[in-house]
Ligand binder design. Structure first.
Ligand code: 8YV
Length: 330
């Protein structure tokens, strides 16, 4: 029997390609070319599966043009690049990579919180620019982290990981807001108290965003929300671009309406709003919260497992829309 054909849309570990090639005819993109949509659709013709990395938009138009496609395996926990309803309607399975990146991403969220509060980027730029010629009592005095109030918007697995780090490691008072309240045991484990969004914005000394992006969370933090925060507060986004109105944030930072921000994700990335590049009180990183070698390997392995298990045995490991299997394309 001939092997099914799959597309790996972006460069990935050579070992992952080799493993996939044991089961599939693989079209890879190891030069890591950035394909436009027409090219992606063209490359997908005749493919039963695609390995995506979060940037490839899978929607009704693409699915209609690729009738052989049966599974889209995202190497990311977030899947806002998938129109899941359209995929389900077309009988196409989507999978993501939950759990394997939780602690690594929580580590990074906390790193960004610390860097933002303690002004790491700003002070390093100052030093590198040769501007440090004397010590001063108020030089780069930042916001206290230990014992302060940590606010978390979006209390899924990563949010809980950040809460535990704050509560248990830094003695922080943790408050959170989420679509649904956690069970009592999880709240106790995270030492976290559920509050409404207005209270979260008003009381947090450090606000971390860890909610999924959807039309409902678009600009969840904009001018009105920033105005409710303390002028001494910091804001960290390790979730998705588009949750924060970047233009409004840059203005709030410039006017010191909040103290500082740490951003790993941006609206329209890899483009970064030019105003964010010119304000000093922001720490900027290029969407690397899950980027440790071990975790990226685990994510690639899980995405590959999903393709292999589904296309060879019909048993994906981490399906997003198992209901699609009823009407799955064969
Ligand atoms: C991915 C992420 O590396 O998993 C996610 O949702 O944001 C990151 O861990 C990124 O999405 C790859 O594009």
């Amino acid at each position: 029997m001939s092997k099914p054909s799959i597309l790996v849309a972006r460069a990935i570990f050579p070992e992952t390609i080799a493993r996939l090639a044991q089961h599939f005819e693989v079209t890879a993109n190891q030069p890591d070319e950035l394909w436009d949509r027409a090219t992606l659709i063209d490359k997908l013709r005749g493919k039963a599966g695609v390995f995506t990395t979060g940037g490839e938009r899978i929607d009704a138009e693409l699915l209609a043009a690729c009738p052989d496609l049966r599974i889209c395996a995202n190497m990311a926990v977030g899947y806002n690049n998938f129109d899941l309803a359209a995929m389900t309607a077309a009988g196409v399975l989507g999978t993501n990579t939950p759990d394997v990146l939780t602690e690594t991403t929580a580590d990074f969220g906390f790193a960004l919180l610390l860097a933002t509060a303690r002004r790491l980027t700003e002070s390093e730029h100052f030093l590198r620019a040769g501007q440090w010629n004397k010590w001063a009592f108020d030089m780069f005095a930042g916001a206290e982290v230990n014992g302060s109030t940590l606010g978390i918007l979006g209390m899924g697995r990563i949010g809980q990981g950040i809460a535990r780090r704050g509560a248990h490691g830094f003695g922080m008072n943790v408050i959170y807001h989420n679509r649904s309240r956690l069970d009592a045991a999880t709240e106790a484990d995270c030492k976290a108290r559920y509050v409404d969004k207005a209270t979260l914005l008003r009381e947090a000394d450090h606000l971390v965003l860890v909610l999924p992006y959807s039309p409902a969370s678009h600009h969840a933090i904009g001018t009105a929300e920033l105005a409710q925060m303390k002028p001494t507060a910091t804001l960290v986004n390790v979730a998705r671009g588009g949750i924060v109105d970047d233009a409004a944030l840059a203005q709030a930072l410039r006017e010191r309406r909040i103290a500082a921000a740490g951003l790993d994700v941006f609206e329209g990335e890899p483009r970064v709003h030019p105003d964010l590049l010119t304000v000093p009180n922001v720490v900027l990183t290029p969407h690397i919260a899950s980027a440790t070698v071990r975790t990226r390997r685990a994510m690639a392995d899980l995405a590959a497992d999903n393709l292999i298990n589904f296309l060879t045995q019909g048993q994906p490991k981490t399906p997003l829309n198992p209901e699609a299997l009823g009407g799955a394309r064969r």
